[in-house]
Ligand binder design. Sequence first.
Ligand SMILES: C[S@@+](CC[C@H](N)C(=O)[O-])C[C@H]1O[C@@H](n2cnc3c(N)ncnc32)[C@H](O)[C@@H]1O
Ligand code: SF4
Length: 456
Amino acid sequence: MNSDILIKYNKPGPRYTSYPPATFFNEKFTSDDFRKSLIASNEEQKDNISLYVHIPFCPRLCYFCGCNTSHFQSKEFVERYIDAVIKEINSVSAYIDKKRKVTQIHWGGGTPNSIPLNLVEKVMNAFKSEFILAEKVEIAMECNPAYLDFEHIDKLANMSFNRLSLGIQDFDINVLNIINRSSSKHPVGELVKYMKDSGFDGVNIDLIYGLPGQTEKSFINTIERTIDISPDRIVTFSYAHVPWFKSAQKILEKSGLPSAEEKLSLFFIALNTLTQKGYIQIGMDHYAKPGDDLSVALNNKMLHRNFQGYCTKKTTGQVYGFGATSISQLNGAYTQNIKNITKYVETIEKSEFAVERGYNLSDIDKIRRDVIDEIMCNGYLNMPAMASEHSVSLGELKNIVDYSPEKLQSFIDDDLLTLNNDILQLKPLGFLVVRNIAMAFDPLLKDTNAHYSKTV
Ligand SMILES: C[S@@+](CC[C@H](N)C(=O)[O-])C[C@H]1O[C@@H](n2cnc3c(N)ncnc32)[C@H](O)[C@@H]1O
Ligand code: SF4
């Protein structure tokens, strides 16, 4: 594909991990709003509950990192933090209908595998005593392999974890040095084999393209090593450079960030190599083996997305988040907890909710959210069907998303999508500009001057 086309569409825009994006969350949203949204959530998507827990500690901070984390704290403070998380689980779960079953638990961070695993077990026990876990619950943890031993994998398996995600970012030692990251403690291939032999259902590997020091040659090597390891899912994140928000990223500017053209060539290396080797492209930058749940869901137009990444509508329900900075993604509201770790702990210790900001979704927001979700995940939008799902006329739906066919014309001319009888279908390369296509259905974009990373 002509990379000029992608450069043409390379402009700042939301990642649409939620709609409206987190930049719209505001401080007017109170603990009382949170309580009401928790109660209301019991009447929606009753079969599914997803739980998220955020561990905001890392032994060493990577310069590229865009996540909310802090340098490792004292053992006492980490224990105090975990006690606060458990207290929060107890107080929030009191508002949740106990008949609803948990189908997904996700541990993110930060580096959850760097805290003592007996603390992980304490939280898992709190989940197990407060909620009913579905028989096929997916329990996943984001791990940094620099701190992962074989015995940790055994312990996690004993706690019912069945999916691990390994943050590799790059195998090249020069790149790892530039980004201030340690390499894996054990050969990654051996760790992954051990996980599979220990009965884990899935192993993911995260990579990033667009980092300083990456060359075409080094990145081909990283992709080929990843393919040899044969994980079920691979994510090649586009490096999001947001130095106005993460000042440590400025350090990387000194090492020279790749140009948009260089970054694109890395992206195409990943896309071409992984798809030639049989991985299915999911969204812009996720890849899964053909039999993986994500590939099957894409085929059935049942793919979904939340703050934890792509998921399936079958497995994922409304998300209840615990820990500093965690986001609860309910049908009627988004709530984000306090980001400052000490303030989070102190607030929970005072028996208060740790809500920092949030957003109540109107009926119109929900329609726009479902439209954007369908485009971002399934590359498809059947406007008449979407209108009837929300009990509005086709004309009303079009007004709500500020639809105009002219906004889509350049994508059609560039052979990125088709539009027939109000049904939009992305072509495979359309996924590369899927954020831009979604932006054409987002009337709120013009009302914000929020800073976003570039779409490619
Ligand atoms: C919060 S990390 C958790 C895993 C663990 N801490 C690690 O680093 O391996 C989740 C993923 O976010 C991605 N990530 C973090 N900062 C990013 C950035 N600025 N741009 C793109 N992806 C980023 C990385 O690929 C990382 O694996
Ligand atoms: S990338 Fe992972 S290990 Fe590195 S600072 Fe961010 S959360 Fe911590």
